[in-house]
Design a protein around this ligand. Sequence first.
Ligand SMILES: CC(C)(COP(=O)(O)OP(=O)(O)OC[C@H]1O[C@@H](n2cnc3c(N)ncnc32)[C@H](O)[C@@H]1OP(=O)(O)O)[C@@H](O)C(=O)NCCC(=O)NCCS
Length: 350
Amino acid sequence: MTFRGLRGIIAAETALSEATPAGELRLRGYDIAALAEAASYEAVVKLLWDGDLPSAADLRAFEAALKARRTPPGFLLNLLRDLPPATPPMAALRIAISALPEADGRDLVALAPVLIAAHHRMRRELAPVPPDLTLGHAANFLWMLRDRPPTAQEARALDVAMLLLAEMSLNPSTFALRIAASTEAPLPAAVATALAVLSGPRHGGAGPLVMPVLRAIGTPERAGDYVEQERAAGRKIAGFGHRVFRAPDPRAAVLREVARDLSEVCGDLPWYEVAQALRHEMAARLDLHINVDFYYAPTFCLLGIPDDLHTALFAAARIAGWVAHYHEQRATERIIWPEARYIGPEARSL
Ligand SMILES: CC(C)(COP(=O)(O)OP(=O)(O)OC[C@H]1O[C@@H](n2cnc3c(N)ncnc32)[C@H](O)[C@@H]1OP(=O)(O)O)[C@@H](O)C(=O)NCCC(=O)NCCS
């Protein structure tokens, strides 16, 4: 018997989101593209946590609660400042969250982007930018990262990207978080577990690899040769493939338009044409579809977010879903504890 990475094994029940092989994703019953059209990231967090979209008054109160938690404690800034500059942003975020003595979901959602921005500036020997309490959640991240106010279009682009990344059923990091929750580990520890799992290049760690692929291709005419070269080397191409979706990822189509509206060129790279050519060349050879990383990477690039922050920002968005899964798991009484079939040597004497 092969385990095939637990493919097809039902390991939890969830009322939070539903992903289907046909390429559908619904959060609490609402289609993800419809949410991207009509809601904000903060509203989707409330949807996940409370079961329904908030009223205007509830949303305002929630936004205010997040803003009130946006200033990081001094000890966390000191901790991040003392890290070696080469510390990966995902590791810095995990260390900071692990160091929180206690924190609820609002603390973690509010603080994660702030910590990523502050760490990024400090590793470049720049002072952290204080949060701007007049800005929304996504806009404030851009402000703190870049030290200039985002345009309304930039702020909404990141808001939509974060909303799309907020939750996606069971997946490796969410499963890991649910295991931690089932042991009654505290919320920050469970989120730190999920952060560790998300960092791998087969999972959230694929995001930072997408722009280097597009840059390595450079011009649309080179896409075919690039795919051949990677296939010959037996390498997977970041941004393609998904365990659940056997059709294009529904979040990718939304993000393609968001990114394209920002610009079809990032730096010197005609990313849109190169991405189209790469999709075409992959489709001609493999029955594989793009995943969410394929267009969130150019979106982040166009917002001036460096490649190596991509997974951390994905994680900051996903904390919304993780917190909801944490509480859903805590409401069940059982510890998750599967078994292994022993295949080692028979019992023997020393
Ligand atoms: C996401 C991923 C881990 C899913 O893994 P999985 O469910 O185990 O899918 P499989 O590895 O069984 O894929 C089926 C086949 O397609 C191939 N394949 C999958 N993703 C591929 C990719 N991105 N590039 C090239 N080939 C790929 C596999 O090698 C496999 O071929 P085989 O049957 O000849 O061995 C995998 O597609 C991947 O590593 N993608 C690249 C990283 C990425 O973008 N991750 C973000 C996920 S949101």
